[in-house]
Design a protein. Sequence first.
Length: 114
Amino acid sequence: MSGPPCGAETVRLLRAEGRVAVPLEAGGPPEDRLAVSIRTATAAGPRLSGQERAVLLGYASGLTLTAAARRAGIRPATAKKYLERVKQKYADCGRNAYTKLDLASRAREDGLIG
């Protein structure tokens, strides 16, 4: 029976997912250092497709869903699906985004908008 992955394996898995893996700082128990690294790595935000990012940027910048869809060159129904995926991806990272304001905050936190 195998247990949870060790610290090095966890960092490798995070890198494989495209997450940021930071080196462990000196000092403190290894479990605490790994927990800090994992929190830092997962705070980097979800991996978004180009279209998801385009719709998020337009919508979070204040455009209506229809205007964000038009700017991305897609139908509003498709843009809505993309935003639903973005919200789910943020929820999977432990950073819920239920509203337009939440999405704007997450995009700002991730450096996607100023």
